[in-house]
Design a protein around this ligand. Structure first.
Ligand code: ZN
Length: 285
């Protein structure tokens, strides 16, 4: 990987990410003597996002092909304008996470790219706007998610794909009967997210079955959880509203929060209150 990317740390991207962190209002001020200890949902940490999360944030400097055991990831360098637009969103949304969360999710580096595609024995050049590569602890994020789907879509996607990584580390990604059993009798998941990507309905609301936001969530339990996680972080108000009349949604929210809380003790009720505050300010951008 190093030979492909040479891990470029562009001065301007670091500056943007640092400035975006500085620009926020402190929700929980840092305690004296804990400057290097990132805290849950501290949005005003006076550190760059990469330092706070203890991950490498790198920019693909040119077209690349990264090979993994059963698939490969291709992409291009994002333009300066694409980076400038995307970096503040990333800094804002990922300010909700901590270095401990990233470590638990085994995220070692985040690669900012454009035109991301995945190829495998089954798929050829499948377009992706974010892609987790658990094998090497790399999370690829496509800066053009913003121009392709707008700010809300870009925010959802960056949380969705990160959740796959922590789900994997919790050993619940591929086999999760406890989750599936929360659905109503007669519901069956589809054949996975990848097979549904060309389906124009994937982002539509689901009518007929409780416990879902999008059709994409019905394609598999792993996509269901990642969609719920992303909506919990970006649209907690929407989740709360649906939960009032949707018992399946209520039980899914309780289970995902309990699991994360058990895995990461900082992600407690206080954290979720901060998420609500964050979502009201994020919606203005
Ligand atoms: Zn997914």
């Amino acid at each position: 990987m190093r030979t492909l990317y040479k891990i470029w740390k562009y001065a301007y991207i670091v500056a943007i990410l640092t400035e975006a962190c500085y620009g926020q209002t402190a929700i929980r001020p840092q305690q004296p003597g804990t400057a290097t200890q990132p805290q849950a949902a501290t949005r005003a940490a006076p550190l760059s996002l990469a330092d706070r999360l203890q991950v490498k944030i790198v920019v693909a400097p040119r077209a690349f092909v990264e090979k993994y055991l059963t698939y490969q990831v291709q992409g291009h360098a994002p333009s300066v304008d694409q980076l400038k637009a995307y970096a503040p969103l990333l800094a804002d949304e990922y300010s909700l996470y901590t270095a401990e969360f990233m470590k638990a999710a085994d995220v070692k580096s985040i690669v900012l790219a454009a035109d991301l595609t995945l190829s495998s024995a089954e798929w050829r050049d499948q377009r992706r706007y974010a892609l987790p590569a658990m094998e090497k602890g790399v999370l690829y994020l496509d800066c053009t998610a913003l121009s392709a789907g707008g700010s809300e879509y870009a925010r959802i996607v960056m949380h969705h794909e990160l959740f796959h990584m922590i789900d994997f580390m919790m050993n619940t990604l591929s086999q999760d009967d406890a989750w599936g059993n929360l659905n109503v009798a007669g519901f069956h998941y589809g054949t996975g997210g990848a097979s549904a990507l060309k389906n124009v309905k994937i982002n539509d609301k689901v009518e007929g079955f409780p416990g879902f936001f999008t059709w994409y969530g019905t394609t598999g339990p792993e996509e269901d959880k990642a969609e719920l996680w992303a909506h919990l972080l970006v649209h907690p108000d929407m989740v709360a509203k649906q939960s009032k009349t949707d018992k399946v949604m209520t039980s899914k929210v309780a289970l995902i929060k309990a699991r994360i809380g058990k895995f990461q003790s900082d992600f407690d009720e206080t954290f979720w209150q901060r998420v609500v505050v964050h979502s009201t300010t994020a919606a203005k951008h």
